[in-house]
Design a protein around this ligand. Sequence first.
Ligand SMILES: Cc1cc2nc3c(=O)[nH]c(=O)nc-3n(C[C@H](O)[C@H](O)[C@H](O)COP(=O)(O)OP(=O)(O)OC[C@H]3O[C@@H](n4cnc5c(N)ncnc54)[C@H](O)[C@@H]3O)c2cc1C
Ligand SMILES: NC(=O)c1ccc[n+]([C@@H]2O[C@H](COP(=O)([O-])OP(=O)(O)OC[C@H]3O[C@@H](n4cnc5c(N)ncnc54)[C@H](O)[C@@H]3O)[C@@H](O)[C@H]2O)c1
Length: 463
Amino acid sequence: MADTGTDTADVVVVGMGPGGEALAGSLAGAGMDVVGVEAALVGGECPYWGCIPTKMMVRASDALAETRRVPELAGTAEAFPDFAPVARRIRDEATTDWDDTAAVDRFLGQGGRFVRGTGRLEGADTVRVREEGGERLIRARTGVVVAAGTVPFAPPIPGLDRVPYWTNRDAVRAEKAPGSLCVIGGGPIGLEFAQAFARFGTRVSVLEAQDRLLGPEEPESGELVAGVLSREGLDVRTGVRITGVAHGPGGFAVETDHGRIEAERLLVATGRRPDLEGLGLASIGLDTSARAIPVDERMRVAPGVWALGDIVGRGEFTHVSVYQARIAAQDILTGGEGPVADYRALPRVTFTDPEVGAVGLTEDRAREQGVRVRTGTAQVPSTARGWIHEAGNDGFIKLVEDRDAGVLVGATSAGPNGGEVLGALSVAVHARTAVEVLRSMIYAYPTFHRGIEDALNDLVSGD
Ligand SMILES: Cc1cc2nc3c(=O)[nH]c(=O)nc-3n(C[C@H](O)[C@H](O)[C@H](O)COP(=O)(O)OP(=O)(O)OC[C@H]3O[C@@H](n4cnc5c(N)ncnc54)[C@H](O)[C@@H]3O)c2cc1C
Ligand SMILES: NC(=O)c1ccc[n+]([C@@H]2O[C@H](COP(=O)([O-])OP(=O)(O)OC[C@H]3O[C@@H](n4cnc5c(N)ncnc54)[C@H](O)[C@@H]3O)[C@@H](O)[C@H]2O)c1
């Protein structure tokens, strides 16, 4: 392979997803000589195969669900689902047919330099980039930032490696909703696709190995979503062991200890893993079999090496990746005087309908950490707004209080606009607002967020 020489820069960023792009742009904007290295598309998973296209699917499928609620509320309406407008929006509006020219130009406009290729560390200050037609070495004067994200993880199910299953990348590129779909994995990826396709008429099964959906969240969240999906006609199975997968002219056959499932398409959504070996991280002494890159509170891995985003395993969300980019950029620009990362009020939203928003600790995690916990819950259908809303009003608000400190350490808001109601709860957890102060507020009537007041009134001893 041709050697295209050695280059030098202040900072080399390997991986230009949301985190790498934000960091590289801000350092370049501050006058540093930054090279951004990206193997695929600048912007990463989120705009092309993740957050944005999937939320376009969710938006469209929610419109169908609302139409189906008309008979209960407002007369007659009938939905005739057509996936074509969704596929068109994803291709033309979200991804510009999976073209990142605008993102590359934006970075160049900020003063950065861009290399399309695959980067691999050779020690702390050197990145070897394999690009079309050659290789180059880039030496970093200040440091290297690893922001290379993760790739879908396929569990060791017999036969899975021999069948043409879908990952999120294939599902996002679907031109039509399949006739039937078997989803392996009841996490956010699996559930968002499952409900969206089902509302377009796909017959959907969801197979989850654990005894509940959305495992890391409150058990009530998984129960809620499982109940709603089952009511909408999805076949949701938890505590399932998959013993084999096969594919033939008729589609996929998935064997489980609960029987066989046949489907036109199979979506594997069983988590994601980084490729630490491929990134050459052994060259800086890291264990490349680890699930994530260990970092300190300023995203430092070793002297002159930073890492951020999904690859550090502190929450696989775009907002976490971009937050960590800010922490790392300030560390680099100030020479170590920047703020440290604080994950106490980490928010997350699964965009099913009902949306499941959560921030901070769940009740179980708080107890594991030795917090003396009190919880309070309000059921959305019993709140004024939930009762008015009626069709599609499933949900709850659950608060987790540190009784000794008198502050919320976690909260869940599941329901219509659950992710938006979460905003107030995120502020409360982040700012450690006293529960007494939250009780003294005026909550607008009749909003969904007024359910927070009902949950505050329900805070009772959980001991
Ligand atoms: C289906 C789906 C839906 C999602 N929905 C949401 C959501 O609603 N909200 C939310 O907050 N998050 C969501 N996420 C998660 C979100 O997409 C990620 O958290 C986010 O993209 C992580 O950003 P990142 O910069 O860490 O990594 P990535 O976005 O993965 O970017 C890493 C980049 O590094 C590049 N790269 C990898 N190795 C190399 C190498 N050796 N050399 C050069 N380049 C390399 C990759 O090509 C990639 O472009 C979703 C994810 C998926 C899959
Ligand atoms: N709305 C959002 O913010 C959003 C949306 C999608 C993805 N994401 C991010 O992407 C990450 C990856 O999502 P994900 O849903 O793939 O991962 P996940 O780890 O959250 O869920 C994967 C699920 O698959 C199950 N599983 C694993 N092996 C299995 C097997 N052999 N059989 C059956 N079930 C099995 C796990 O028990 C788990 O419940 C998430 O952690 C999330 O942070 C975020």
